[in-house]
Each structure stands twice: as C-alpha cells, then as structure tokens.
Design a protein around this ligand. Sequence first.
Ligand code: BES
Ligand code: MN
Length: 444
Amino acid sequence: MRASHLEDFYTFLRFPSVSTDDAYSENLNECAHWLIEKLTSVGLTAELVPTPGHPIVWARNKHQKGRRTVLIYGHYDVQPADPLELWDSPPFDPVLKDGYVFARGSTDNKGQILSHILGVQEAIEQKSDLPVNLHFVIEGEEEIGSANLENFLHQHREKLGCDVVVVSDTGMVARGVPTLSYGLRGVAALELKVIGAKIDLHSGIFGGAVANAATVLARLLATLHDNKRHVAIGGFYDQVAPLQDWEREMWKKLPVNSDEQILEASHAPALVGEEGYSTLERIWARPTAEINGLGGGYQGQGTKTVIPSQAMAKLTFRLVPNQNGDEIVDLAKKHLQKNMPAGATLQMTSGHSGTWYLTDPNSKFVKAAERALKKVFDRDVALIREGGSIPIVSDFRNILGVETLLLGLALPDCRAHSPNENFPLENLDAGIRMNQAVLQELAA
Ligand code: BES
Ligand code: MN
C-alpha cells in the first residue's frame, strides 16, 4: 500500500461527516471540498453541487463518443459514532491494527469509495486515460435517505446519461470471497410520540389514576409483532414476493454465511427471527419492523418516582419486493392508532423512505462484473441479496434508466453503524484493482 493512499484514507476518515446531526454540517462541507481537491488532483473535472442539505460531489473524466459510460456512486457521510464509550480508539482518529483501519466510516463508505478513486488515480497515472467515460457521484446524505439526490438526478438527467452504475457499499460474504449483490431491501422510517399528562407527575400522588406514557408506548410497540415474530400489522405482507426456488438453491451453495458465522458476526447471544424462514431468507428476502430508538422518563443516576408525560420511539421498516414504502407506513399508522391504549395521545411523523432493488443476476453487465471480480480475487463470485438499503439505487433505474452493479467490499465483522467500525487495507487494495478490472471489462 502506497503511503500516500494511506494518508488519503486517514485524511478522509478524520472528517466527522455525520449527516443526521446539524452540528456536523460544516464538517460535511469540508469533507466534500477535500474530495473535490482529491478528484481534481487525480485529473478529473470535479464540482461541488450545493443542495438544501449536504453538497454532492460530482466528477468526470473527458468523455469521448463511442465509449461506454460508467457512473460510480458512493457516500461521504457517516452514521453517528455513539455510544462513544464503546470505541477502543476515537472514532474520527483512525488507527491501524493488524492490517485493519478503525474509524467511523472506514467501511461504510469511505474506504470503499476511496478505493475506486485510487483505482482511477492509478489508471490515469499509468495510461493517462480510462477505458470508459466516467462519472463519480459522491453524496453526503445516504445515511439519511438521499432526499436531495433524486432531484439532482432529475436536474442533470441528460448529462448523467450512462450505461451502468457501479456501487461498492455492500458486503462480502467472507474475507477473500468476491460478492455481487443483485438485491437490496428498502427502508421507511416512522417516529412515534406518546403524550400523556402535560407534565411529569409524582408517581405516588397520581400513580394508578392516569396513563403512563412509557407504559402506553411499551404496550403499543408490543403489538408490532406476534409471538411467532411475524409483523402483526394488517396487510404488511400482502405484496411480498416469495423467494424463488433458484435463489434458495443458489444461497444454499454459498461457500459461507452459515448460521454460525452470522451469529459470530452479530455478537448476539442467539439468532432469532420470523418463524418459518432461514436466517439468510429473514435478512435478505423478508421485511421487518424494527425499533431503532426508544425513550421516555428518567434516565439519570438513581431513581426518580415520576410518571413520564412523554415517550418516543423511532421505527424503521425494511421492505422487500414488491412492497411500497408509503403504503407500508400508512398501514403501520392505522395499526398503531387502532391499538393505542386509552389515556394518552399519539403523534406520528413519517421520515425517509427508500425503495428495495432487485436486478437480473444474469445480465451482461453482471457477467462483466463477475469476470472482473474473478480476475481480482481468483475465486468464484458469490451472488447474494443484501438486507441493507441504498435508497438511491432504485432511482438510478427509474430516473437514469440504468441498472446498478453492487460490488461489496465490507467484511461480515466490519461493524458498520457500530462501535469499532473497521476496514482492512487488504480490501482497500482489492478495491483499487477491482475498480480497474471492472472498468476494463465494462469497456469491452
Ligand atoms: N452501506 C449501507 C447499506 C448496506 C448495509 C448494504 C448492509 C448492505 C449491507 C448504507 O450506507 C446504509 O447503511 N444505508 C442505510 C440507509 C437508510 C438510513 C436510509 C441503511 O441501510 O440503514
Ligand atoms: Mn453505506
């Protein structure tokens, strides 16, 4: 690994580009400016595109008629680093340990998108040009639903015309096993607030006589699943396309991803999920309802005898083909309103929503990517779906009319969104070679 590549990686990681929290806006801005400088120094034309949220970084080489055009997408924003006390080293102060770089965003998505930038840098250094017309689109709002990127695609639809999109923001089934995802789950967010009395009350003076907002919320949230862990919202599964036999067979033959390996990577005491489905099917092909955050009442040291006036929960639903996010959120709202216990009121606010994605694993572009991956990793390619979401991918199809190749470099224990997120330099290097091989194969 070149020292300058490592330096670039560290510099990129030192920006605390947490998109969900306004306190970091300036850091996102600075991170985007650094990318512009980096892409320009590589020999590309780069521009910063402002949005009502965080800016988009857009770069391209000199396009020539008659060549394939490839759009490489990634994101420079990251998830919040909390809980900070669980990190072994500060999240925005990268450290190298046993070949792995630890920092928030190292895998998701800075290491992965940087490997493409460095791949392009090396190719231009060696051959003074690329085999294809290239766009880089690197946004700062992926982790909050890509709300402003859709508009960017609409506005620049003509200029962004391309044959295929390449994204490295998904996983590898195991170290050294090249992995192409032909599917992603969608996601839709909903925030709940239960309001009881106007103020917190003495639980001795009023306890037993008024509704407790936290109790109400707990009872309400418990109605989301039945005792077989199916989602209990009426109509939730109506549009779900069942897993196909060929997919089930293909997944059985994957060299890895046994329940033991998934259990190990999860650091959970046991695997549990919807009854009647395998673990991979639950993650890759079944929808879920998750509570991502929950609050209310006294959280400080010791005890406080109080009836909380308010309680809140942040929910997201993972969606699969052919569910519609707006419909699912509507069904959820109806279900929650119907099941609301007496004595309090419920406020519901829908948040971001992104569509699932499913592409043909036998398309000519997938085949080209498979050849490239096989060359670089010297192993057969695992074809999988992913449980995670990249909201803009369905818009590349709907707005630009092109399919996306999801070439993941994240390892099962990368700890994306968790403390001690890490990325192996081995994959930064593999990503550089993958970028060059993929552009070569796509050019042909
Ligand atoms: N890199 C992930 C998507 C991902 C995760 C793909 C796991 C494959 C496996 C991406 O950055 C991400 O986390 N997206 C969010 C989107 C959401 C906040 C709108 C997600 O999936 O939670
Ligand atoms: Mn990501």
